[in-house]
Write a protein that binds this ligand. Structure first.
Ligand SMILES: [Zn+2]
Ligand SMILES: [Zn+2]
Length: 197
């Protein structure tokens, strides 16, 4: 018997739900215990954790992203909307291994709110994710540029020049806001600091 496309996708949806429920039944601890002590969870484990958090906190509504480790990144994690990609820093979590779930939750909120705006903060509180990652001397790179928000004066050190970036805490509606476009305040080249008015 031939089944229609609609039926096919209905069947797929059922299987998907069953699969997800099984994943939820396994606690985070059980998943993490399978890993070698002292090593970071595999990308596969991160995907399981994503499924779990997605169902626990977002009614399963987030579209599954690609989740991968980055060995270059010095911050904890990142989310790239155009690629639907969550990157988790290897360097950061080698120092703070207990924060990996926190980082994942934080990046999952970025799938809905790009900036750390008020709505982001509400979500972070709701699901118990941190707003800021920890710092460690070995993670700090000397920034090449220092940008400042004309509204609140918050400083944004950057490795690259930025053009259309506005302050994450002042910009309205969580979007680029020309009123709070970051201004270049200093640049550092070959150990020399140049200040801009
Ligand atoms: Zn963030
Ligand atoms: Zn600001």
């Amino acid at each position: 018997m031939l089944i229609s496309r609609k039926q096919q996708s209905a069947i797929k949806a059922i299987n998907y739900d069953l699969f997800e429920n099984i994943q939820i039944a396994i606690s985070e601890q059980e998943i993490l215990q399978k890993e070698q002590p002292g090593t970071l969870p595999s990308a596969e484990t991160l995907r399981h954790l994503f499924n779990r958090f997605n169902f626990l906190y977002f009614n399963g509504k987030l579209t599954r992203p690609v989740i991968e480790y980055s060995n270059r990144m010095t911050c904890a994690g990142s989310y790239t909307p155009v690629k639907n990609l969550i990157k988790i820093s290897q360097k950061y979590h080698a120092i703070f291994p207990d924060e990996i779930e926190d980082t994942l939750k934080h990046e999952m909120i970025h799938m809905i709110h790009f900036n750390h705006n008020a709505a982001f903060k509400v979500e972070a509180k709701r699901i118990g994710a941190s707003l800021k990652a920890k710092t460690h001397p070995s993670l700090q790179k000397q920034p090449k540029y220092l940008y400042v928000c004309p509204g609140c004066g918050l400083e944004y050190p950057r490795q690259k020049k930025v053009r259309m970036l506005s302050c994450g805490s002042c910009s309205r509606r969580g979007r680029f806001d020309p009123e709070f476009k970051l201004k270049l305040s200093k640049s550092f080249t070959a150990g020399r600091e140049i200040s801009y008015a």
